[in-house]
Design a binder for this molecule. Structure first.
Ligand code: PMP
Length: 402
C-alpha cells in the first residue's frame, strides 16, 4: 500500500514521460569499471585557458591528479603489480607484501592498489614527510616505517629492499633466490616480499609508454609540438617521450627541472654537478624544498631511459613554481601540486624561447592535486619562513615577455 501510494505520488505525467523518453541517450555496451583499479588511467586532457590565451599557443595538460589515488603514480603502481603477477613474483591473497621507499605519491598509489588486489603494503617514508601524505598512507591500510630522509634515495642502504628480503626469509625458511638486483625475492612459500623499486623498475616506464603516451596522442588527434615534464624517477618523461618520438621524431621533449636538481646540468652539460654552482649543496635529499616529487641528483634506470630523448631543459625556481600554483587557482580554478606548477612554468618558458604563437600544441602533466601540498606550496607560513615570496606578477611578466 505504501509503495502503491508512493508510486502514484512520484508518477510522471504522460507528457513528462514522453518528453523524457524522446531525449536522445546514446546506448552503448555496459560502461562499468571493475573496482577502483579500473578507474586508473584514461585521464582527461585539459586546455589551460589563462596560459593558452595569453600565449597564443595551446597549453594542454593530462589531468593525472584525477586518478583515483590522486596522482600519476596510480598508473605505475598498477603496472608494477600487474607485471610482478605476470612474472609469478606476486600471488594475490597469499599474505604477500609490497615494499617501497617513497616520499611521494607512489606509496599512496601502491597502498591503494595493494588493498584492491589483496596484498599488504609497507611504505618506508622520510620522517619529514608532509602530514597529509602520512594520513593518506595509514588510512589506506599501509604500514608506515619512518626513517631518515637520505636512506630512502640512497641505493646502497635501501631499507625497502632489505625489508622485502627479511620478510621473504622470515615467511619461508628456504629462500630460493635473492640476488642483489632482482626486484623480488623468490621463495618456495606463497607469501612473498616484493620490492617495487619504482626508480629502477621498467614497469614504471612501460605504464607511460603503453598508457599515458598513446592516450595523449589520441586525445590531441596526433598533433603535438612539444611534451614538457619534470622527472622524479624519470618514468613519465621516458615513457611518454619514447612513445611520442616513435610516432613523430620532431616532437620536442623538454625537461622541467626544479632548483637543486642535477638533471638540468646533466642534459645541458653532460654532468650532474656543476662545481661552480652552490645551489644544490644545501639540499639533503632529492629536491628538498617547495617543489616535491621531481628533481633528482643521481641517475636511475628510468632516468637513463629518458636522457637520450630529452631535447631541451628548463630550470624552474621555487618562487616561480609557487607563483604558478597560485596563478592557476586565481585564473583557472585549477588546484594542482608543485610539480604540476613547475611543468607549466617550463611550458611558458619553452614557448617564449621557441617564439611560438601560432596555436602550436604543448602538452604536459598535472601530476597531483594541491590537496597534497598544504604543508608547503599552499602554506603561507612555511613560505614566509623559507623566504619565498608569493608574487603572481612573475607569471604575468613571463607571459607578456618578448
Ligand atoms: N610529480 C609528483 C607529485 C610526483 O610524486 C612524481 C613522482 N616522484 C613526479 C611528479 C614525477 O614523475 P616520474 O617519477 O615519472 O618522473
Amino acid at each position: 500500500q505504501y509503495f502503491e501510494r508512493r508510486r502514484r505520488r512520484i508518477a510522471l505525467s504522460q507528457s513528462q514521460a514522453s518528453e523524457i523518453e524522446s531525449r536522445p541517450i546514446e546506448l552503448r555496451s555496459d560502461e562499468i569499471l571493475n573496482g577502483i583499479v579500473g578507474v586508473i588511467g584514461n585521464t582527461p586532457l585539459v586546455r589551460i585557458p589563462s596560459l593558452s590565451d595569453a600565449l597564443g599557443v595551446e597549453i594542454l595538460a593530462k589531468a593525472e591528479y584525477l586518478n583515483p589515488g590522486g596522482s600519476v603514480k596510480d598508473r605505475v603502481a598498477v603496472r608494477m603489480i600487474d607485471d610482478a603477477e605476470r612474472q609469478g613474483l606476486l600471488h594475490p591473497r597469499t599474505g604477500s607484501r609490497i615494499f617501497e621507499g617513497t616520499s611521494g605519491s607512489t606509496g599512496i598509489s601502491l597502498a591503494m592498489v595493494a588493498r584492491a588486489r589483496g596484498y599488504d603494503a609497507t611504505i618506508i617514508t622520510p620522517d619529514d614527510m608532509a602530514a597529509e601524505k602520512l594520513h593518506a598512507l595509514r588510512s589506506l591500510g599501509a604500514d608506515v616505517e619512518q626513517v631518515r630522509p637520505a636512506s630512502i634515495v640512497d641505493k646502497k642502504q635501501n631499507i625497502a629492499r632489505q625489508r622485502a628480503l627479511d620478510f621473504s626469509s622470515a615467511s619461508s625458511p628456504s629462500l630460493l633466490s635473492a640476488s642483489e638486483d632482482s626486484i623480488a625475492v623468490l621463495t618456495d612459500s606463497a607469501a612473498r616480499g616484493f620490492f617495487a623499486d619504482q626508480f629502477e623498475n621498467k614497469s614504471n616506464y612501460d605504464a607511460h609508454f603503453d598508457g599515458t603516451g598513446p592516450e595523449l596522442w589520441r586525445q590531441t588527434n596526433r598533433n603535438v609540438k612539444a611534451f614538457v615534464s619534470g622527472a622524479g624517477t624519470g618514468g613519465t618523461i621516458a615513457g611518454v617521450g619514447r612513445f611520442l618520438k616513435s610516432m613523430e621524431q620532431d616532437i620536442i621533449i623538454c625537461l622541467a627541472d626544479p632548483q637543486g636538481s642535477g638533471l638540468y646540468n646533466k642534459v645541458k652539460h653532460g654532468v650532474m654537478f656543476d662545481q661552480r654552482e652552490k645551489e644544490g649543496t644545501k639540499r639533503r635529499h632529492q629536491v628538498d624544498t617547495v617543489v616535491e616529487g621531481i628533481g633528482i641528483n643521481r641517475l636511475t634506470q628510468n632516468i637513463e631511459l629518458a636522457l637520450p630523448l630529452i631535447d631541451d631543459a628548463v630550470r624552474v625556481t621555487d618562487t616561480e613554481a609557487v607563483a604558478m600554483a597560485r596563478y592557476l587557482v586565481k585564473h583557472d580554478g585549477l588546484f594542482v601540486g608543485s610539480s604540476s606548477a613547475c611543468n607549466l612554468v617550463a611550458c611558458v618558458r619553452l614557448v617564449k624561447k621557441m617564439g611560438w604563437r601560432g596555436g602550436e600544441r604543448v602538452v604536459t602533466v598535472l601530476c597531483d592535486s594541491g590537496a597534497r601540498h598544504y604543508s608547503k606550496v599552499r602554506n603561507d607560513d612555511y613560505l614566509r619562513a623559507e623566504e619565498i615570496p608569493i608574487d603572481l606578477s612573475l607569471i604575468e611578466e613571463m607571459l607578456s615577455s618578448k
